[in-house]
Write a protein that binds this ligand. Structure first.
Ligand SMILES: [Zn+2]
Length: 349
């Protein structure tokens, strides 16, 4: 299938009542792991690249690897998404390159660290929406500020410092016309999310449910949603790693989110852990080996296993064949003639 828009994937997910994992990539092996997992589970999928990934891999490598994935897996609906765009220019360059979807994270100033005002966030997000929709490209916005830092992006601190206010979420969705909305409910980026198994005091699922009630048709996005499973931490530490004990977002909480309007679930850390554990194991058990394939193959297989597991848990498994691609040109027409609704339906408080 040609690369499709995230908006189409998320509209279909809403119809089917499931979530779609959005997995971060930096290189070919990660793209291969995700596509094999999608094939194995017959899942539509979002592959996303952060600014850090674009700098690491170079845009052209990334884009052509994604085209190869679309060519090799014609049965899989696949969107290519920019994770945490920090400015209009970053989103514009991604769209010019061929990304089918961008996130404008206007919750932070362009430095990617300092929280922005509501007005600044609305202004830059709206500018990206106007530019993107004219070209058929979907936009994810963010209201509230996530905790932690990943790839140099983030405000740091606890995920509870700037949780999303439901009234502001409604106003933001109305003023910007975003296709999907990332909300801050206590989650953080990175491996060290929580120092104990998260409960209602740190992960605000009640807030998510309240936002969904107010915006019943808006696709919600959960960032920082790796589960940081103990078995993956253990493999790293068993083979010489030094991870401190940590907890991620339990899969049951993500599934509760999916029952309440979450359609895109961002996962990166779990895959990083799986890759690192598999490589460490080879280095320790077979120190005589030096062919990168000897450790990249098990690393890729370990990531595939995590991704396939999440695809089943999020409910996207089995849904790859539900629909055919809407071309990006037709998406642009849909935004222009109003058949693709961008004004959110607002529910009661
Ligand atoms: Zn994020």
């Amino acid at each position: 299938m040609p690369l499709v828009s995230t908006r189409q994937l998320l509209d279909e997910a809403a119809k089917g009542g499931y979530g779609v994992g959005a997995f971060n990539v930096n290189d070919m092996e990660q793209i291969q792991a995700i596509m094999e997992a999608a094939k194995e589970t017959n899942s539509p999928v979002i592959i996303q690249a952060s600014r850090g990934a674009r700098a690491f891999a170079q845009d052209n490598y990334l884009y052509h690897l994604m085209l190869a994935a679309a060519e090799l897996y014609p049965q899989i609906p696949l969107a290519m998404h920019l994770d945490h765009g920090n400015s209009f220019e970053t989103c514009e360059s991604a769209i010019k390159l061929g990304f089918t979807s961008v996130m404008m994270d206007g919750s932070l100033k362009p430095d990617g660290k300092t929280p922005a005002t509501f007005e600044e966030n609305v202004a830059v997000t709206k500018k990206v929406v106007d530019y993107a929709h004219e070209r058929g490209i979907s936009v994810e916005g963010e209201i509230g500020v996530l905790g932690g830092i990943e790839d140099g992006h983030g405000a740091g601190g606890s995920g509870l410092d700037h949780v999303t206010d439901p009234d502001q979420a409604v106003e933001f969705a109305e003023l910007t016309g975003v296709d999907s909305l990332a909300i801050a409910i206590g989650t953080s980026h990175g491996a060290y999310k929580f120092t104990k198994k998260p409960d209602g005091s740190v992960l605000k699922m009640d807030l998510l449910i309240a936002i969904h009630k107010r915006l019943p048709n808006t696709h919600l996005v959960m960032h920082g949603s790796s589960s940081v499973p103990k078995d993956l931490q253990d493999i790293i530490n068993q083979y010489g790693g030094k991870l401190k004990e940590t907890w991620g977002v339990p899969v049951e909480e993500i599934q509760l989110g999916i029952k309440n309007g979450v359609r895109k679930v961002n996962v990166d850390t779990d895959n990083r852990l799986a890759i690192t554990g598999a490589i460490r194991k080879v280095f320790v058990e077979s120190p005589e080996k030096f062919d990168p394939r000897d450790y990249m193959k098990p690393a890729r297989a370990a990531m595939q296993k995590v991704v396939a597991t999440r695809m089943v848990q999020f409910g996207q498994a089995g849904h790859a064949g539900d629909y055919t691609a809407i071309s990006i040109a037709d998406m642009a027409k849909g935004y222009a003639n109003g058949t693709l609704v961008t004004k959110p339906l607002v529910g009661a408080k």
